[in-house]
Each structure stands twice: as structure tokens, then as C-alpha cells.
Design a protein around this ligand. Structure first.
Ligand code: HXC
Length: 268
């Protein structure tokens, strides 16, 4: 679908997208790039991030793929530094890396619970912590008045409760809380805007393949105008909006992009 935004809205910016090699993260990487940003893609699988970067380069986007795990503090620092070294600066940090699997609370081990919080919640803070010095107003490559933006990818399932997702619900609730705290502190101190995006069910993603019960696709409500699976593009457009000056007065918000589905059903 054609973008409603000018392709220069992010011109001169550099983005780092964790989990940017596949699914929603890759769509965000692509659209940030198509709107003018240089993009660094971070992920655990070397071939995935390298192929993703090559796909962006083939579209004329300046892009690199960097292997790293957001749970590892040294990886976080190394990837942020490499991004600035190779692409010159850092303006947009997207925390998209997430772990997920279905498990009943009864069957989930404490380590399984901790693993998802380590990736989603602690990993988000770790990346923000590593990126702060580069995102600050007047940071490397930036004008004195120019500050960065953070986008944390969340979910809607913790607004109510969902089956077999106790670990992800807790992790994303923490992510939303991190968004608000950093928006307050870093918005006040450094002009950094920190926002979240909460996708609903999005088609053709690893999350959907893994998590959605088959019957969701046969649910007649999904035939109604907004009760359908979203597209990765819908989430990527929210990212372009929040990362660009179109969102310059939005701070501490988590934008729900789900067609309103969570209002009616706690399943996703
Ligand atoms: C129960 C599981 C499990 C499963 C792992 N564990 N998979 N428990 N069911 N299917 C437990 C393990 O038993 C272990 O605990 C602990 O978790 C760590 O497992 P490891 O395999 O050692 O961890 P690791 O290799 O680091 O992998 C972590 C991972 C990750 C979370 C499984 O690889 C992963 O999820 N990858 C998929 C990423 C993904 O799908 N991303 C899209 C997310 S979509 P014990 O006690 O045995 O040591 C999304 C949408 C959210 O986030 C919104 C949804 C509505």
C-alpha cells in the first residue's frame, strides 16, 4: 500500500530496530528506511539480520544487520556503538525484540517466565540504557536542539487477561510502564520522546503463526470491517508517525493499533 507520508519525513535520521529482521520488526525497518532513515537491524540470528539488511539495501536503503541479543549488556553496547560508527548517529530506537510461546501458568517454569521478561522488559531497558548517550539532544551527529525517539513494541493482552500468556502479559505490562517512566524522565531532561505501539492480531507474523488458535481465522467477526487481521504495514505506519515530527507532541503514549479488537475480546 502506498504511504500517506512523504518519503523524506525521516531523511537524515538513523534507526536501530531490535528484532528488526523478521515479522513486524522487519516491516518497521523497511518503512523507516523507505521514509528516509538509515537502518540498523539487530537480532540474534546472523543470517536473518544480514538477509534483512540486504533486502533493504536492494530497495536503496542504507542498512546494516548486526547480530546481538538484547539480554546481553555487552551486545547492547556493541550494537549501539557499531550503529553510530557505521551510520553516523542514532535518532530512533525501536525495541521490537520479543520472546513468546504459549504455556499455561501451571506448566510454565519460573525460568520460562523469566526468559520472556528478560527479553521483552529487561531487554527494552538495556537497549534504552545503551542508546541514551546517543539519543540525547546534541548527541553525536545531532544539532544542539535535536533529540531522539524511542518506540517500544507492546501488546494489548495485559489490558485484561489472556490464556497461556502470563509471561508475555507481565512482560508487556512492564514495557508500558518503562515507556511512561522514560517519557517523563528523559522527555524532561533530554527532549527524548518515548512511546509505545500495541499491535493487535497482525497477519503473516511469527507471533500470529505461533500464538493464534486456528479457529480465529474462522471467527465470523473477522469478516467485519475492523475485525480483521491487521497488516504489518499498519504497525509500521504507526512507527513512522511516532518517529517523525508528525508525532512531536506525543510522549509517554502507547498507541493501540488493533482496529479496536481488544475492546470486545481479551483473546489476543
Ligand atoms: C514452555 C518454554 C517454551 C515453551 C521455552 N520455554 N519455550 N516453556 N513452553 N514452548 C522455557 C524453557 O523450558 C526454559 O525454561 C526457558 O523457557 C528458556 O528456554 P530456552 O529455549 O533456553 O530460551 P531461549 O533459547 O533463550 O529462547 C527463548 C524463547 C525465544 C522465548 C523461547 O527463543 C522465542 O520465543 N523465540 C521466538 C520469538 C518470537 O516468536 N517472537 C515473536 C513474538 S510475538 P526451563 O525451566 O526449562 O529452563 C509477540 C506478540 C506478543 O511477542 C503479543 C501476543 C498476543
Amino acid at each position: 500500500m502506498e504511504s500517506p507520508f512523504k518519503e523524506t519525513v525521516l531523511k537524515g535520521k538513523t534507526a536501530l530496530v531490535t528484532g528488526g529482521g523478521s515479522g513486524i520488526g522487519f516491516a518497521i525497518s523497511t518503512e523507516l528506511g523507505k521514509h528516509g532513515a538509515a537502518v540498523a537491524i539487530m537480532g540474534r540470528r546472523k543470517t536473518v539480520v544480514q538477509e534483512a539488511a540486504a533486502a533493504l539495501q536492494a530497495q536503496g536503503i542504507r542498512a546494516i544487520g548486526v547480530e546481538g541479543d538484547v539480554r546481553n549488556i555487552e551486545d547492547a553496547a556493541r550494537v549501539v556503538e557499531l550503529t553510530v560508527k557505521q551510520l553516523g548517529r542514532l535518532d530512533i530506537l525501536v525495541n521490537g525484540a520479543a520472546g513468546n510461546f504459549l504455556s499455561s501458568a501451571e506448566d510454565l517454569s519460573p525460568n520460562g517466565f523469566r526468559t520472556v521478561l528478560d527479553i521483552d522488559s529487561v531487554g527494552t531497558f538495556t537497549m534504552c540504557n545503551a542508546a541514551l548517550q546517543y539519543l540525547k539532544k546534541g548527541g553525536p551527529g545531532k544539532a544542539p536542539s535535536e533529540a531522539g525517539v524511542i518506540l517500544n513494541i507492546s501488546a494489548t493482552l495485559h489490558y485484561t487477561a489472556g490464556w497461556y500468556q502470563i509471561h508475555v502479559s507481565a512482560a508487556k505490562a512492564a514495557v508500558d510502564s518503562i515507556t511512561r517512566s522514560l517519557a517523563l524522565e528523559w522527555g524532561t531532561d533530554y527532549d527524548i520522546r518515548v512511546n509505545g505501539i500495541a499491535p493487535g492480531p497482525i497477519g503473516d507474523t511469527p507471533g500470529m503463526d505461533k500464538l493464534a488458535p486456528e479457529e480465529i481465522k474462522d471467527d465470523p467477526r473477522f469478516e467485519q470491517p475492523l475485525y480483521r487481521l491487521g497488516e504489518k504495514w499498519d504497525i509500521a505506519m504507526a512507527a513512522v508517525y511516532l518517529a517523525s515530527d508528525a508525532g512531536k507532541f506525543v510522549n509517554g503514549a502507547t498507541l493501540i493499533v488493533d482496529g479496536g479488537i481488544w475492546l470486545s475480546h481479551p483473546r489476543i
